[in-house]
Design a protein around this ligand. Structure first.
Ligand SMILES: NC(=O)C1=CN([C@@H]2O[C@H](COP(=O)(O)OP(=O)(O)OC[C@H]3O[C@@H](n4cnc5c(N)ncnc54)[C@H](O)[C@@H]3O)[C@@H](O)[C@H]2O)C=CC1
Ligand SMILES: NCC(=O)COP(=O)(O)O
Length: 340
């Protein structure tokens, strides 16, 4: 994959890191990232959530801050934490209603801080979607929530998962597999592709992004013998996107487009459904994969993995993806400054 030319000279405000579900591994990977801040060259950041969720899994220094402006001064000596709610009794691995409410509130506060310019962007630790749905969260995921708070329609907010040699975009995201074919429209593919191309320019400094589009059906439909979505929806969308000026190929057979040589031919793969996109990236880069939302006025990244309730509280969570998310957030913020 081509590398972008991003300077790391620009000074940045600290990033707001929502701690996610207090009973998941979010607090642990945020604390471990703070410990590794100098070794990994991480940008300054502050946690947003209930400091008790950090204390439940970590003995290190925490500085409770009253405002984001206090974070930069505290960051060198302690993990700054903006206390937003009381999650009640926190038992790592056992999610609760109060914990889900705290995760929701932390996300809300973090987005607000980034929107008002008090944070350079947001990095979101994992939430339990089932738990959030139980406390009135009506969006499929954090991606759509952040988009709405930023005034961006969900069609124009793109979920991209990124690792060192692969970037993928699911065109449809958190919907049942049985609904994928009917949810795929020319307009949706076109909106996602245009946002992806702009996002690659703006956040990664890739001047002329090359996009590859997967088919939906086996062998990209075999000219209609194995399904007609490629002929009726995907190919017409690609033709329109070429008229829009994009460098774009497809529909490609999905099973053959993720090997190493194929990955060198494009900057991002547009995939038709969640697992078509996320299986290759998580297989290659589970411990360093980053979920970045394109199309927003603010920078938002997240580790690619979930809450891992099964290992929460065991001190075995790998902070690699969280650290990669922090680094990518800083690179995206600097690229936006450099490229406008
Ligand atoms: N960005 C987000 O907020 C995301 C949230 N989720 C949520 O997470 C919950 C659990 O989802 P799962 O499908 O089980 O995925 P998961 O990513 O939480 O766990 C999958 C497997 O990977 C392991 N794992 C995950 N992160 C790890 C880390 N940093 N270090 C070591 N091992 C790690 C887990 O122990 C488990 O074996 C669900 O409620 C889902 O909604 C899932 C993906 C992303
Ligand atoms: N599987 C990716 C995922 O669940 C991330 O969703 P989001 O909460 O970042 O929208």
């Amino acid at each position: 994959m081509r590398s972008s030319n991003i300077t790391d000279a620009a000074p940045l405000a600290p990033f707001a890191v929502s701690l996610g579900d207090p009973a998941g591994i979010g607090p642990e990977i945020v604390a471990k990232s703070w410990v590794m801040r100098e070794a990994r060259g991480l940008p300054p950041f502050f946690a947003v959530g209930d400091a008790a969720s950090l204390r439940a899994v970590w003995l290190g220094p925490i500085a409770i801050i009253g405002a984001p402006e206090e974070a930069a001064g505290a960051f060198g000596n302690a993990l700054p934490c903006l206390q937003v709610a009381d999650a009640g009794d926190i038992v790592p691995g056992s999610p609760s209603i109060d914990g889900a409410r705290t995760a929701f509130q932390a996300l809300e506060v973090a987005v607000g801080l980034a929107r008002q310019g008090s944070a350079a962007g947001i990095v979101t630790a994992p939430v339990g979607k089932e738990q959030l749905y139980g406390v009135g969260f009506t969006h499929p995921g954090q991606t759509e929530f952040v988009a709405e708070r930023c005034g961006v329609s969900p069609h124009n907010a793109v979920m991209m998962l990124a690792g060192p040699s692969l970037k993928v975009v699911p065109i449809t995201i958190h919907i049942p597999l049985a609904q994928v074919a009917s949810a795929l429209t020319i307009d949706l593919i076109r909106a996602r592709a245009l946002t992806t191309a702009k996002g690659l320019q703006r956040n990664f400094g890739i001047a002329r992004p090359r996009l590859a589009v997967a088919g939906l059906n086996p062998h990209a439909g075999e000219n209609g013998a194995l399904g007609r979505e490629e002929i009726e929806v995907i190919r017409p969308a690609i033709e329109l996107l070429r008229e829009d000026g994009l460098d774009i190929v497809g529909p490609l057979a999905a099973d053959g487009m993720f090997h190493a040589r194929a990955r060198e031919t494009y900057d991002a793969a547009l995939c038709m459904y969640h697992d078509q996109a996320l299986i290759p990236i998580k297989t290659l880069y589970f411990d360093e994969g980053v979920n970045i939302t394109l199309g927003l006025p603010i920078v938002r990244t997240s580790p690619d993995h979930g809450t891992a309730f099964g290992i929460a509280g065991t001190d075995s969570a790998n902070p690699g993806a969280m650290m990669a998310a922090l680094k990518m957030a800083a690179e995206a913020a600097r690229a936006r400054i450099a490229h406008g």
